[in-house]
Design a protein around this ligand. Structure first.
Ligand SMILES: Cc1cc2nc3c(=O)[nH]c(=O)nc-3n(C[C@H](O)[C@H](O)[C@H](O)COP(=O)(O)OP(=O)(O)OC[C@H]3O[C@@H](n4cnc5c(N)ncnc54)[C@H](O)[C@@H]3O)c2cc1C
Length: 306
């Protein structure tokens, strides 16, 4: 039942008619407030400052993906450049997380690369980093190719690997050899069983293996999960091997498992939250519902209450 609901939510996440209707709804703020900082950069910066005061780092995501023209991609790049200028005021500066389909990958790999490179250069000037989110499997080769090239040229870029893909172990080996920092997540898209583990227990098992590999051989890995069992396993390994706390970070999503977030910080670990903002929230929001279909009930209760 849960997996049917999850598939349905992921299917709905790609319906443009529903997206248009939801994103322009007068109830948009109420619907999204749990997972999204707000619609403006100003609101995003306020949230990042608040997190910094609690000892939590941030990665800023200007919501948007699969733009419909190169002009839109350039406009997304300009929004990120404006955000990076403001992030310079934070100490330490936040990173930015980008999606290549937001920066034009569906239209031109070269134009997309030029857009990302401008962001990487700008981030480098303020001691920040560009984290390149991983989208569905059709983009993995192009995304990793671009991240590797930019890493070789500039350094301050991070790749994302999804533990649900069979190929991820060999991708991680290659990234470790090149010294590219990796964010490891489970994966949030609908993938066929010839590309990704269909069973959650296998995804979790693969995550655990890849996580240990990254902790032992990766360059400043980011473990992105809210899975308590995996976090306990990571912490046990970190303590057993005496891995210093500044050699890796944990990452979580804004609004998810705040109890765990506080606990990690109190235990002296580095934690970075993925904090999205903007009006194009629908696909991101639907993936969060799909990860935990009980969120649909939570949302319905909140809307009825207000
Ligand atoms: C910082 C960060 C960056 C990410 N970047 C990407 C990316 O680039 N590409 C990509 O495909 N995916 C990305 N993801 C999403 C990721 O792939 C998973 O879909 C998501 O993190 C849920 O998996 P989990 O590891 O938390 O484990 P799960 O087994 O799904 O969840 C473990 C527990 O966490 C809690 N939980 C998890 N999700 C939710 C939720 N939405 N609402 C409420 N509780 C929840 C529940 O208590 C659940 O039992 C990212 C995740 C994080 C944290």
């Amino acid at each position: 039942m849960v997996s049917v609901l999850r598939s349905l939510l992921l299917l709905l996440s790609r319906q443009s008619w529903l997206r248009r209707w939801m994103e322009t709804s007068p109830a948009a703020d109420r619907i999204t407030s749990r997972f999204v900082a707000g619609s403006t950069l100003e609101r995003e910066l306020t949230v990042c400052q608040k997190l910094n005061a609690e000892g939590i780092l941030a990665t800023l995501d200007h919501l948007g993906e699969s733009v419909t023209s190169l002009e839109e991609a350039q406009s997304a790049r300009d929004d990120y450049l404006a955000a990076l200028h403001c992030l310079a005021g934070l100490s330490p500066p936040a990173t930015v997380s980008v999606k290549l389909t937001q920066l034009g990958l569906n239209f031109s790999e070269d134009a997309c690369r030029a857009n990302v490179e401008q962001l990487v250069e700008c981030a480098g000037r303020i001691d920040s980093r560009v984290e390149v989110d991983m989208e569905s499997s059709e983009y993995v080769d192009r995304t990793l190719r671009m991240v590797s090239d930019l890493h070789a040229k500039h350094g301050n870029v991070r790749a994302v690997i999804q533990a649900y893909l069979y190929r991820s172990e060999s991708d991680i080996e290659a990234l470790c050899r090149e010294g590219v920092p990796v964010r490891l997540c489970k994966g949030a898209y609908r993938e066929p069983s010839d590309l990704a583990f269909p069973k959650k227990s296998d995804v979790d098992g693969n995550y655990a293996r890849l996580m240990i590999r990254l902790l032992d051989h990766g360059v400043y890995p980011a473990l992105a999960t809210h899975d308590e069992k995996l976090l306990r396993r990571a912490i046990a390994h970190i303590r057993e091997r005496n891995i210093p706390a500044d050699r890796f970070e944990f990452q979580m999503l804004y609004g998810v498992r705040r109890d765990l977030q506080r606990r990690l910080v109190a235990d002296g670990f580095r934690l970075r939250l993925y904090v999205p903002y903007g009006n194009a929230w629908y696909p991101y929001f639907m993936r969060r519902l799909a990860e935990r279909p009980a969120n649909v009930l939570f949302l319905a209760r909140n809307l009825l209450k207000s």
